[in-house]
Design a protein around this ligand. Structure first.
Ligand SMILES: C[S@@+](CC[C@H](N)C(=O)[O-])C[C@H]1O[C@@H](n2cnc3c(N)ncnc32)[C@H](O)[C@@H]1O
Length: 291
């Protein structure tokens, strides 16, 4: 593990240990083609708040909905839910950095669950610009107990925003295709080729006893990350995940020959990534600013 961290486009694939916010602030503008983040859900929000200083933007006059400023929209939305207000206070300065770090052709994928996603969508529309919203991806899975008191919730949502709707990169030809549900209704050529996935993705979770499992509790499947990276970046592009966890984004980036920078503040996550990338050419750094 190297002490101190600085990044340049010539850097090797890198994992950094530290709080992501000061590290993000040290990175140069427009450096990443793709940013995927899977922030921690509502657990520990109060705790997060203590570690974080809210940073009011210098552009306090950004226009949100119908001529209202972003700050007005933010006040309205967060007034519905104190817990969400804490969460957004943590996330907002990091999302502002994410926007700054995206290349002009770049895309942000923000992985959330049903408790946060609707508030987050309204605020992101106001923060990024509604015209920059590209997709809402539903990742549906089928695992675990089923409550009988309501519809069992078995999906996550990934919001997709582009930096610039006139020049973002998206290549559906690179995406893995899916089998037709009724193959008898289409030609054998179509069956052989498969169909292009839509914005609803059926994918199993990481199997508790499968080969992919790292033991890190919130690990996401590499198949989900492969699809995102294949569509929204090219080989050799830089991919950033600043809630790195077990390193799934790095694992998919390695498979697809993209370069990556991952950040996590939890020593367990760093240890998991050291095991996961033991055979790969990946640098590990300890951030001096991120603690
Ligand atoms: C839901 S997990 C990410 C899981 C990851 N997508 C994977 O597939 O393994 C969220 C991660 O964010 C990290 N985290 C939370 N707050 C952070 C912060 N301020 N700076 C850096 N990492 C943070 C946690 O340690 C945790 O590993």
């Amino acid at each position: 593990m190297t002490k101190g961290f600085s990044w340049a486009p010539e850097s090797p694939n890198t994992v950094v240990h530290g709080d992501n916010l000061p590290i993000l602030r040290s990175l140069p503008d427009a450096s990443f083609q793709l940013i995927y983040i899977d922030p921690p859900f509502n657990t520990g929000r109060k705790q997060l708040r203590q570690n974080t200083k809210s940073v009011r933007s210098s552009t306090g006059t950004r226009i949100g909905y119908k001529g209202q400023t972003y700050e007005t929209v933010r006040g309205l939305v967060t007034s519905y839910d104190d817990a969400f207000e804490d969460y957004w206070e943590f996330l907002e300065p990091r999302l502002e950095e994410a926007w700054r770090l995206l290349a002009d052709t770049g895309t942000l994928y923000l992985h959330l669950d049903y408790r946060e996603v609707h508030y987050a969508k309204v605020l992101l529309d106001a923060l990024f610009g509604r015209e920059c919203f590209l997709n809402e991806i539903i990742w549906a899975y089928d695992y675990g107990a089923r409550t009988k008191s309501r519809w069992p919730s078995k999906h996550d949502t990934i919001l997709v925003y582009v930096k610039d709707p006139r020049q973002y990169h998206f290549d559906s030809e690179e995406v893995d295709r899916e089998p037709y549900m009724a193959p008898g209704l289409v030609t054998p050529e179509k069956v052989a080729r498969g169909k292009l996935p839509t914005d609803v993705w059926w994918h199993t979770i990481v199997s508790p006893n499968g080969r992919e499992k790292t033991g890190y509790p919130t690990q996401k499947p590499v198949g989900i990350l492969r699809r995102i990276i294949a569509a929204s970046s090219r080989p050799g592009d830089w991919v950033l995940d600043f809630f790195g966890g077990s390193g799934t984004t790095g694992a998919a980036a390695l498979q697809l020959e993209r370069r990556f920078l991952l950040i996590d503040q939890n020593p367990e996550a760093i240890a998991t990534m050291q095991r996961r990338f033991a055979e790969d050419d990946v640098a590990f750094a300890e951030s001096e600013i991120g603690h």
